[in-house]
Design a protein around this ligand. Structure first.
Ligand code: PHE
Length: 448
């Protein structure tokens, strides 16, 4: 078997993990669910979910990956031989692959919108709703989704250090800079404060049960949890990696980027008198309309969609690395052969997702189009189930004490406040919260 690679530096691995966490979830998904859930109050609940549920599950996944030194399925087999815990890993791989089947669609939209903003600006902003429909239903959506996938494959071909780590070290700081430019632009528009108030001033009367639960699910999604991504990435971390500080960086940066994205989007939307509750089209329909009416809007539009594409790319890389690492670790595939298999699967199951906005728009399963089905399947079923089973694995097989010990191994300090609260959070708070998400999924399914 080939020697397994490791991330070369603490900075590099943090950028890779942050690159995975910061994605379409932070910009496209976060802004639209904040928008439909009425703003500030939702943000408060989301932040609570990140701290109370996301954080402990992240620690659990990082310790599983690093102590085994293997990717998802193999990690469970090594830590709990002759048991069935590896099924948890399989669920994670299924979740990652399911997300991998629709993520390139949206990544493709953002890449396409960089070019549309550059070369077809007038058509794009004439009627932004019609422009989006035309773009997402046509051949361009396929071409750009394929391009997004191709770039991802090229990075993965280069391996963990030269591909994933280098690319993340370059792109994540770039993302930070673009984000700051956009936030400054948005905040200096006349009327911007309305948007800031929408994002930060909590109005709890606007919060529904569904919104509360959306926040919980999204904290998982945004931190790339429950699908073996963090297990796989931490398996490339060396024993002297400082996990507590990596954990703090991942959670802080992921959350900060989501809030910054909110600050880039809502003030612009409000300043231009548009509706924040547009839904999934917020970034692609409402925002271009806001860009259209601001000075130098074309340039800000190009920057914004470039930002979304960078965020999507580093996440898509991590999503595909999960099945790829499984094929390498478990079945001893070479990177090339593994990538050929993974790409083939993603293409076969991903094409219908692109076409859901065009020829397959009328084709529904269980009342959902294919794209929505993939998103719901992953978010409502695979993620929470795999997350919950991962916690049970910590509680009943790996051991909370062993996980905590692994967490502190390599840290410069003897103890850390996260290590102190971790046992309680992973035993009680996180599992209780996930059970709530599952019940919600079951209920909404039952209600159709
Ligand atoms: N965390 C990513 C985001 O916020 C999404 C993601 C899902 C990444 C699954 C990896 C795996 O967009």
């Amino acid at each position: 078997m080939q020697k397994r690679e490791n991330f070369a530096s603490q900075f590099g691995l943090i950028m890779a993990a942050v690159g995975s966490a910061v994605g379409l979830g932070n910009i496209w998904r976060f802004s639209y669910i904040v928008g439909i859930n009425g703003g500030g109050a939702f943000l408060v609940v989301y932040l609570l979910c990140v701290v109370l549920v996301g954080l402990p599950v992240l620690i659990a996944e990082l310790t599983i990956g690093r102590s085994s030194g293997l990717s998802s399925v193999s990690a469970f087999q090594k830590l709990a031989p002759r048991s069935f815990w590896w099924i948890v890993g399989v669920m994670g791989v299924l979740a990652a692959t399911t997300i991998g089947c629709y993520y390139p669609t949206v990544a493709g939209w953002s890449l396409g919108y960089v070019f549309e903003s550059m070369f077809d600006w007038n058509a794009l902003v004439g009627d932004t709703g019609a422009a989006f429909t035309e773009f997402s239903a046509g051949w361009k959506a396929i071409v750009f989704a394929a391009a997004a996938l191709a770039v991802t494959v090229v990075v993965l071909l280069r391996g963990v250090t030269a591909g994933i780590e280098r690319c993340s070290k370059l792109l994540m700081p770039m993302l930070g800079v673009i984000m700051v430019v956009l936030v400054v632009r948005s905040l200096t528009l006349p009327g911007a404060m309305e948007g800031v108030r929408f994002l930060f001033a909590p109005d709890f009367t606007k919060l529904t049960v569904g919104g509360f639960l959306d926040a919980l699910g999204h904290s998982f999604y945004s931190l790339s949890l429950g699908m073996g991504v963090m297990i796989t990435y931490s398996s490339y971390m060396k024993k002297d990696t400082d996990l507590p500080s990596a954990t703090v960086s991942i959670v802080t940066m992921d959350t900060a980027i989501a809030i910054l994205a909110g600050l880039a989007i809502f003030p612009a939307v409000f300043a231009m008198g548009l509706d924040p509750g547009e839904g999934a089209g917020l970034a692609f329909v409402t925002l271009p309309a806001a860009f259209a009416s601001m000075p130098f809007g074309q340039i800000f539009s190009i920057l914004f969609f470039l930002l979304v594409f960078i965020a999507a790319l580093t996440s898509l890389i991590s999503i595909l690395q999960v099945p790829l690492a499984l094929l390498e670790d478990r079945f001893h595939f070479s990177v090339k052969k593994g990538l050929a298999v993974v790409s083939a699967v993603v293409i076969v199951f991903g094409v219908p997702s692109v076409l859901s906005f065009g020829p397959l728009a009328g084709f529904t399963i269980l009342g959902m189009d294919y794209f929505t089905l993939m998103d719901r399947l992953a978010n409502d079923i695979f993620l929470p189930v795999a997350g919950l089973l991962g916690i049970l694995f910590i509680l009943f097989s790996f051991g909370v004490a062993a996980s905590k010990r692994e967490f502190l191994t390599g840290s410069k300090r003897e103890s850390h406040f996260l290590a102190t609260i971790y046992p309680f959070a992973i035993r009680f708070i996180a599992p209780a919260a996930i059970i709530v998400i599952l019940l919600r999924a079951a209920l909404s399914f039952a209600q159709g």
